[in-house]
Design a protein around this ligand. Structure first.
Ligand code: PLP
Length: 557
């Protein structure tokens, strides 16, 4: 395994390499300038009169000083080490034109003998500029290739563009950085994108899930069902509200990571108030089947309040942390379940750093505005006015209507979300392209993969899960370690919750969830993110197949 120390050494070496390379590039710039200046000044295309050697030397040196000063002033040499070489190319262009202007003014101010025409000097500077830009272009491509192919390919870095940077900067400069106009705008846009009846943005998907359970007043004596094969955030809010957590196993079917729907049906009792299906990897669950089950069990449902009575059956609260942008039978996830929770955590397709959104479908007899207002109260201390409303003229006074929670979204986070939403369709498209490439290469080797796109379900392409039939948990761990040595960061989704200490302490045992264990033991998740290049995808596939060949899973032809 590559140790932390080795990584630091590698990074130091890399930085040193960039510093040395940049120094040589600067020397190259100087060399270009002098060569171009001597050639152009000697030939002087537009004038016949020959210049003396002294004039050529003088003009070259004055021009050089002007050019170097303006390039330094524009940060051409200072910032080249950041690797942002495209910005540096623009810096060179601006600096060189500024240098030309300075040169022209300097000539007039100094008013020395043997001044040369501006056309000649412009030619010198433009030719030097072209050569400098050309070198930066080559450098840029070398850099891009080197980070792609020699560095470790990360598992899931965020896709943050200049647009997000600009939106956040605007939010910071706007004078309003906590929940305010940007959060409201993001809620409005998500609601219309998802076609839901309402949307509230909070600081995480976990908070969204807990707030729904609180909205429905689910608590002690109640039972909530979810799948054992998931992340803790699907289950912990059930514990937070004091309800009984009921796990069902996942389906035995190859290629499915959904809960075992027959087990779900068996698990529903008169105490069951909600079921939390999970759209793992961004692939929608079988919602028709889930609704069929909860409707079938309507007769034994005992509501405790008007929300529960209005729903009239076990509520379906989707954990769609992974599934923003996914759709089920032509309907966007977010408008399928009764309530849907999305995560905007840093590793998700769509990020606000930390954040989440909760959407709901209209419940007959309940005003959508009432749900929105109650969620606002729950997520902001039970305070009757938010900070924006309080900031109005004479609007200081507020009440605390309940000693509640604090999980609102900030406008800084919402600013990132607004930018992400503008770019989201392109990001989803890229994920789909990568999934297609992985599918085409891996399926022929007998590696099990999930079906992300079918006539009925379109995934958001959040995670690329693979399974190697027949291997043990130890083999799987060795493959992941070996891929790490070869520069590929992989992951496991998921270690079933009954295997985790907290859930073992609650009395759960993995022996009761054999399908979840089977899905876990040979699972390897490959990197998948919208900024992943085709070269990196090829490298991942090459290394994965190479390692599988070495352990004998793939036989040499
Ligand atoms: C399946 C699932 N549900 C819920 C969450 C919680 O999301 P958040 O971190 O936004 O609370 C996650 C986060 O990774 C998750 O994977």
């Amino acid at each position: 395994m590559r140790t932390e120390k080795n990584n630091i050494k590698l990074a130091d070496k890399k930085i040193m390499g960039i510093v040395i390379e940049d120094f040589f590039v600067m020397l190259l710039d100087i060399f270009f300038y002098f060569v171009v200046a001597f050639i152009v000044l000697s030939i002087r295309p537009s004038f016949n009169e020959k210049l003396s050697l002294r004039t050529i030397m003088l003009q070259t040196c004055v021009g050089f000083v002007c050019l170097l000063l303006s390039r330094y002033a524009c940060g051409v040499y200072k910032y080249s080490k950041t690797g942002d070489r495209i910005t540096n190319i623009f810096r060179i262009i601006i600096a060189d034109f500024a240098g030309l202007a300075v040169f022209y003014i300097a000539q007039h101010l100094l008013n020395y003998a043997d001044r040369i025409e501006i056309v000649t000097q412009a030619l010198v500077i433009i030719l030097t500029m072209v050569l400098s830009v050309f070198v930066r272009w080559i450098q840029y491509y070398r850099y891009k290739k080197s980070i792609d192919l020699t560095d470790v390919i990360p598992f899931s870095p965020p896709d943050i563009s200049e647009l997000e940077v600009r939106e956040v900067s605007n939010a910071l400069k706007s004078g309003w950085i906590t929940t305010g106009p940007r959060t409201k705008l993001l809620e409005k846009r998500l609601k219309s994108y998802l076609g839901s009846s309402g949307c509230v943005c909070l600081n995480s998907s976990t908070a969204c899930l807990e707030m729904v359970l609180r909205l429905l007043e689910i608590g002690p004596e109640d039972e909530v069902i979810t799948c054992a094969y998931t992340y803790t955030a699907s289950a912990s809010p059930i514990i937070h509200v004091g309800a009984k957590l009921v796990f069902v196993d996942c389906s035995k079917e190859t290629g499915s990571i959904e809960m075992d729907y027959d087990a779900l049906e068996r698990a529903i009792t008169p105490n069951t108030k909600a079921v939390i299906p999970i759209d793992l990897c961004g692939i929608p669950c079988d919602y028709d089947r889930i609704f069929e089950i909860v409707n079938k069990k309507k007769d034994i449902f005992i509501p405790n309040n008007d929300f529960q009575s209005a729903i009239g059956r076990v509520a379906v609260i989707a954990d769609s942390a992974h599934a923003l942008g996914a759709s089920y039978k032509g309907r966007m996830i977010g408008s399928v379940a009764d309530f849907t929770c999305f995560s905007f955590h840093a590793v998700k397709n769509f990020t606000t750093g930390e954040g989440g959104a909760l959407t709901w479908n209209h419940i007959e007899g309940i005003d959508d505005d009432r749900i929105y207002k109650q969620l606002q109260l729950y997520s902001l201390h039970g305070q009757s006015k938010d900070a924006l409303a309080k900031s109005g003229k004479g609007g200081w006074e507020y009440d605390i209507v309940g000693p509640w929670y604090k999980c609102n979204m900030t406008d800084i986070a919402a600013a990132i979300g607004l930018a992400q939403l503008e770019r989201y369709s392109g990001m989803l498209k890229r994920r789909k392209e990568i999934i297609r490439k992985y599918d085409n290469e891996l399926k022929p080797y007998g590696i099990e993969v999930l079906n992300h796109y079918s006539n009925e379900r379109t995934a958001s392409g959040h995670l690329y899960i693979t399974r190697i039939p027949g291997i043990s948990e130890n083999d799987r761990n060795s493959i992941i370690a070996e891929l790490g040595n070869r520069g590929i960061s992989c992951n496991v989704h998921y270690k079933p919750l009954p295997m985790m200490t907290a859930y073992k302490k609650l009395g759960f045992a993995i022996a009761d969830y054999p399908n979840a264990y089977e899905k876990y033991k040979n699972e390897i998740t490959l990197p998948l993110y919208s900024t992943l290049s085709n070269e990196s995808v090829s490298k991942i596939l090459e290394k994965y197949i190479e390692v599988l060949r070495e352990i004998g899973f793939i036989k040499n032809e």
